[in-house]
Structures are given as structure tokens and as C-alpha cells.
Design a protein around this ligand. Structure first.
Ligand SMILES: [Zn+2]
Ligand SMILES: [Zn+2]
Length: 480
């Protein structure tokens, strides 16, 4: 190596000297670096997932015989009674436009309580919120009736940490129904995998909401919408049924779709190791949580959608809160790393397409033929030499756009110069097709200068996708 700095030992020493101090956000949560703090995952075995799945007892599968005893009645009432009340109300109450508009607005307010509050703020800490914003989101989230922040975030952290395993409380591998509502209306088959909650356990707003959760739920799910519509435009009944019950049913299924639809419908542009997927329909029904493949790859990013035109009102809301001074330290994953994920998936797709195509024989797989033998064999069939390869053009004689006569003239000859511009500068497609007609390698014909050797590679093979194992095998096979 020419430069001493390229020596690994020197490089390591230099890096050591250059390491910058850890970055501490100025508004990070108090005591966030307290080393004495006890975490739920302190002391878990290294093979925690396998160990737990092996040793922890699981409840028996749900069947038609046992399902009544396995129901979680609190969730059943919340999820099933709400639409029944709402539909009854819709048939017995006239809908006025003010209530209709307010119901939609209140759907977004309580939905954002879950998406911007429960999900992106508390479960993922993707930004810092001021106290007023925390209280607003905690109250709005209570109006969505999905459990307290503490309970919800506990499950969601396990969902990210153990995605698609049985320690994921709503694993998509148990089917769309299970990941949508089954995991709530039935008793969980297992305890969710361990997840650290120490930050939320010391958060006063989270503790306050957990302490008063039932009261907050009743107030923000039913009393507030009833009072707003009642005092606002005299529609008490409509406020209760439309902005209360029916709106709640929509918020429920909209946010439940993040666990079901977002793990089932769409593309995997960032990683295909797990089930999360990106789809605009999921985004539309979940207030922007539909770019779930991105989200599982970069869960601490405050965005779900990274393109400006993609639908992510939760991101827009957080961004507006930042402008209003209510939110700060919005976390964004480095674009360079985001693009690496995208490129990996694009290369994977390209490789799949490449594997489906038929490629020319490699020089190592073809017989080596002497000039004399080439001459001899060319008497019996139309063999033409181009770039050291012998091609049998019999299937192409009548197809040649320049005419059969030009090919016939070159039988038994080296047509390299003629092919690459001497007679006609052939297209890339022509070169690719020619390579498919290879039947042999001329002895000594490949030992040509680098420029000509590069010319012999068909354009379709100049850029190829190789796995690291293949690259390593090539390196090992290349003499030093
Ligand atoms: Zn998910
Ligand atoms: Zn998440």
C-alpha cells in the first residue's frame, strides 16, 4: 500500500483519536442516562426469544369449543358494542352537517392522539413534545379508547422488537383477523416479549393518564363530543351517536389497520425480511401510518412517508407543532442509510429478473478450438469469429437485417472489426444476441489487450448484480 494511513492499525488509532463525544439532545428526557436505573430487559438471556418460546407456557389454541371462555370481555364490549350503538343511533338520529363535520374533525383529533401521541411520541420517542402538547395528545388518545399510553406502548414496543414472532402481541403470521382485532378480543396466548418502559414509567403525563384512564376515556370518547354538538348547535343526540360512538368505531378500525393491513398489503421498498408493507390505501385509512415498511426499518423517524406528496397527516401535524414551538428534536434517519435500504431492494429485484433470463455461455464453459479446426468446421456450418468467440449464425442467416450475404462473407473469418463499426456499428441488442450464438473460444483468441477484452463482454453483462458470496468466490479464484 502506498500510504501508511491505509494500514489498518494506523487507521484504527486515527479513528480512536477522532471519535467524537456522544450526542446528547438538549431536551432529552430527565435521567435518561441514569446508569442505576432498572430496565425490564436487564439480565435477559442472549437467546431470549428462543429461550422464552421454548420454556414459556402458551395458552391452548382458540377453537369453536373453547372460544367463549377465551374472550376478553372488556375489549369485546369496546369493539363490538361501539358499532352497535353507533348504527342504532344512525338509524334513529338525523345527521346534520355541523355534526357530520365535527365527527370527521374529532376523528382526526382522537386518531392523532394515537398516531402522533401514543405511537410516534411515546412508543418511539421520535420527537420531544412540550407539556401542553403531551397533555393534549394524552387526552385525545384517551378519546380513541385503545387502552392507556403505558399499556399501548408496552405492546407496540414488543411488536417492533419481536416482529412476526410469537412474542409480538399482534404477529401478522397469525392472520389478518388476529392482527386486526383477534389479539384484543381474545386473551393473549402468550405474554408479549419484554420491552423497556423505564422512560414512560417516569413520565408524569403518562402516569397521570394511566391513573385517570377510565375517567378520561368516558370524558373524551363520549362526554366531550356530546357537549360540543349539544352546546354548539343543539344536537346532543347526534353528538353522542355520530361524533361519539360511530366516530370511535372508525378510529378503532383505522388505527387497528396499522397492525393488520399495513402488514399485509403493499410493497417492501426498504426491506423484505419481515411482513410490514407500504401502501397508499393503508396510509389513507390510518392517518398516514401506511408506509409501514419504512416505519419498521426506521422506527425512530418521526415520518412514515418520506416523499412530500405521500399522505402522512401525522407527520404534517408534528411538523406544524414544531413550527408552533410545541414539538422539537424531530428525528430523521440519515437519508444515506434510507437510500441504502432502497438500493438493496432494487438490486434484489434486478437479480431476480437476471436469474430468470438466459445468458450466453461463459468462456470457461465453451470448447477451445484452434484456428485450423475453426476453418475446417466452418466449411460444414456458418461459423464466424468475433472478439475471440466462435459463433454459429445458422439460425440467424435469414434474420440478419443487413442481409444474408454480409454474414456469409464472414464465415470462417474474424469479423470483429466489421461487427464493431467496420461495416456497421451494431446496437447493444445485436451484440447481446450475437453472444447467445457462441459455440466455442478460439485458442489464444481471448489473450488480447484489455480494451478488446472489455469489448467482448456483451452490453447486457457489463453491469451485474453479484452476492457478496459470489464476489468472495471470484476474488478467491483470481490469481494474485
Ligand atoms: Zn407493525
Ligand atoms: Zn411503530
Amino acid at each position: 500500500m502506498a500510504s501508511s494511513s491505509a494500514d489498518p492499525a494506523v487507521f484504527r488509532a486515527r479513528r480512536k483519536a477522532e471519535l467524537s463525544p456522544p450526542i446528547t439532545p438538549p431536551h432529552s428526557a430527565p435521567n435518561s442516562d441514569n446508569e442505576d436505573e432498572v430496565h425490564a430487559d436487564d439480565g435477559i438471556p442472549d437467546d431470549y426469544v428462543q429461550y422464552t418460546l421454548r420454556t414459556q407456557k402458551e395458552l391452548p389454541p382458540i377453537t369453536w369449543r373453547n372460544f367463549l371462555g377465551e374472550l376478553n370481555w372488556v375489549s369485546v364490549i369496546a369493539i363490538i358494542a361501539t358499532p352497535i350503538i353507533g348504527v342504532y343511533g344512525a338509524f334513529t338520529t338525523k345527521l346534520c352537517w355541523q355534526t357530520a363535520l365535527f365527527s370527521v374533525i374529532y376523528y382526526y383529533i382522537t386518531g392523532l392522539g394515537i398516531t402522533a401521541g401514543y405511537h410516534r411520541l411515546w412508543a418511539h420517542r421520535s420527537y420531544n413534545a412540550s407539556k401542553p402538547l403531551e397533555y393534549i395528545l394524552a387526552m385525545a388518545g384517551a378519546g380513541a379508547v385503545e387502552g392507556s399510553i403505558k399499556w399501548w406502548s408496552r405492546g407496540h414496543r414488543a411488536h417492533h422488537r419481536y416482529t412476526d414472532t410469537d412474542l409480538d402481541p399482534y404477529s401478522a403470521h397469525h392472520g389478518l383477523f388476529w392482527s386486526h382485532v383477534g389479539w384484543m378480543i381474545f386473551k393473549p396466548r402468550r405474554k408479549p416479549g419484554v420491552a423497556d418502559m423505564s422512560d414512560l414509567n417516569r413520565n408524569p403525563v403518562v402516569r397521570w393518564q394511566h391513573r385517570w384512564y377510565l375517567q378520561l376515556l368516558i370524558v373524551f370518547a363520549f362526554i366531550v363530543p356530546t357537549i360540543v354538538a349539544g352546546l354548539g348547535w343543539g344536537d346532543w343526540r347526534g353528538g353522542y351517536f355520530y361524533a361519539g360512538a360511530l366516530r370511535l368505531c372508525f378510529v378503532h378500525h383505522s388505527t387497528f389497520c396499522v397492525n393488520s393491513l399495513a402488514h399485509w398489503l403493499g410493497e417492501t421498498p426498504f426491506d423484505d425480511k419481515h411482513t410490514p408493507r407500504d401502501h397508499v390505501i393503508t396510509a389513507l385509512v390510518t392517518i398516514g401510518e401506511g408506509y409501514h415498511n419504512f416505519h419498521h426499518q426506521f422506527p425512530m423517524d418521526y415520518r412514515n412517508a418520506i416523499k412530500w406528496y405521500q399522505y402522512d397527516p401525522t407527520k404534517w401535524f408534528i411538523s406544524v407543532c414544531q413550527k408552533l414551538g410545541l414539538a422539537s428534536h424531530l428525528k430523521v434517519f440519515p437519508d444515506n442509510e434510507v437510500k441504502k435500504g432502497q438500493l438493496t431492494m432494487q438490486l434484489k429485484k434486478a437479480r431476480e429478473i437476471s436469474d430468470e433470463l438466459t445468458w450466453p455461455s461463459d468462456s470457461n464453459d465453451l470448447p477451445v478450438i484452434s484456428w485450423e479446426s475453426f476453418q475446417e468446421q466452418a466449411k460444414d456450418r456458418p461459423l464466424i469469429l468475433v472478439s475471440g468467440f466462435i459463433h454459429d449464425v445458422s439460425s440467424f442467416l435469414d434474420e440478419h437485417p443487413g442481409g444474408k450475404h454480409l454474414l456469409k462473407k464472414m464465415i470462417g473469418k474474424d469479423a470483429t472489426t466489421a461487427f464493431f463499426g467496420g461495416v456497421y456499428n451494431h446496437s447493444n441488442a445485436a451484440h447481446n444476441l450475437l453472444a447467445m450464438m457462441r459455440v466455442g473460444v478460439l485458442h489464444g483468441g481471448m489473450e488480447i489487450e484489455a480494451e478488446k477484452l472489455a469489448q467482448s463482454v456483451p452490453p447486457s453483462q457489463k453491469l451485474q448484480v453479484l452476492t457478496s458470496t459470489e464476489v468472495n468466490a471470484l476474488r478467491a479464484a483470481t490469481p494474485l
